[in-house]
Write a new protein. Sequence first.
Length: 261
Amino acid sequence: MEAVISHPWNVTIQKAKEIQLSLSKRVLLKPLLKKVLLLAAVDVSYTRWDKQGYAVLGIFSIRYDNSDGLIRIKEEVIYTRKDRVNFPYVPSYLSFREIPMLLPLFEKVDIKPDVLLVDGVGIAHPRRFGLAAHLGVLYDIPSIGCAKSRLVGMYEEPAVKKGSLTKLVFKGEEVGVVLRSKDNCKPLFVSPGNKCNVGSAARIVLKCCSKYRLADPIRRVDAISKEIRKGDNRSSVSRHLTAGSLPCGMAKPIQKGGSKQ
DNA sequence: GCGACAG
DNA sequence: ATCTTGTCGC
């Protein structure tokens, strides 16, 4: 994929804020009605001292379970990258810490997924421009933020049953939902990133939750990220197939010795 | 002024 | 985010 927008990343917090305020105007909120068949997910894990980050981008082809209508991952193509982290973690500026590591991975993908799931927030952000919104705008694709905790907004606790949800309201606006993705488990904070709205975001994320608290695709990239952090060995581009063949255009991007450092 | 604060 | 054993609940 090729970014539609380009801007510096090694910036001060003040400049980062200006970029967020400027780019937030490009966020488009609308129903995402197209059936999701190709889904992407990203995540980054770190070493204890924050010196290195392990970024992962997964492209997943999807099938729908006949019985429950939930999404099942049919095939996956995984891209990973180990990088030194420069930008510190500053609440509401996570994009500037993680996106620089993810950019090289997106470059390797030559197709646009129907939606991108992100471990972080979308518009449920002080300036309505969290990590998911930022990535969605950069690549002009639908994106959804699936945070494990709250950054901003007020809400009431959703019922304990999976599928229960309550509104996440920030400054009088509904910026997302608090979604119970698994019975009796802490809820997820789902907010649209780009080319999606709150309702569609909640519907899609719930369909991605099969047996665990986290949406399957995010849980997958999260596991891979932590796995390679421990091992820190083998090729940085791997392929995993579970059945059938890849949709046209998806087979190409796999190469060996692709991305390291 | 003080507490809160995605990963 | 990461460091960590056992432990309580579904």
